[in-house]
Ligand binder design. Sequence first.
Ligand code: RET
Length: 303
Amino acid sequence: MIVSPEMIPSASALPTASTSVAPIPTIVPTPPHIVAAGDVGNRTLWVVVVIMAISSLAFYGMAFRVPVQKRLFHIITAFITTFAFLSYFAMATGDGISFASYTKTEHHKKVPSIDIDVKREIYWARYVDWSITTPLLLLDLSLLAGLSGANILVAIVADVIMVLTGLFAAFGQGKDSQKWGWYAWGCIAYLVIVYQLAIGGRETVARKDSKTKAFYASIAGFTLILWTIYPIIWGLSEGGHIINVDSEIIAYAVLDILAKPVFGFWLLFTHDSMASTSPSLEGFWAHGFGEQGTLRVGDDGEA
Ligand code: RET
């Protein structure tokens, strides 16, 4: 459009600038509400650091008391508590912790409801620990039952999916349905593990001696009951924000002590007492590659 001089309004028609400035309403952003561990939680983390360290030393000690052919369970179990020691050390020192943000609506009777921004501590080191140690725990149980390689692989992959979906759920920034969606995938993966241990494991251990059968039934039963409590605690803490961070730490600490050191001592003492029936691993595990199997530089495979 072309503007002609007649179209410009006279000075009197223009709005006049006023000298008084009206007060500008100030918006003070309310800082987010922080949900973090207190003294009790921190002390609990340190207690578990010590328990995991002592158990690891004990398991390595037990490993050296048996011949290398009988050491597989000892080594796997000692690795489990070593990873747990490192993860608890990370959590107790303040590393391995991050924050997840969410909005909480507070309902009031007389005044309108208000939304509060909340930041809750998420102990991500837990998930790193679980992604390594729960497959190792499954390996212990699978080897005891004599599960096939194919079944072990399915159980371990399902386990890693369960832990990773739990991690995604814990950090989910989106809608609640998204978070519980991740959680649901984790629960489905957990059912795959239960199937492998309860159905597959029971079927294969049935071919073994009665002592091993009875032992597998008790230790796998103990494991399944214990593992089922983890998603419940998750639902009450990281998921539903019903219990505080200290209670979350204590609940996981009790479960972790039962699932790792108590499980480990039970497994290794029983295994050592059944030494005559436990398999002896020769070959690569005990001796490395022998003369015949060793590939030398320069070998071209021709006679
Ligand atoms: C999550 C949330 C997603 C759904 C499910 C879960 C299960 C976790 C379990 C953890 C076990 C941990 C152990 C640690 C040992 O120290 C990830 C909480 C099913 C079963 C045994």
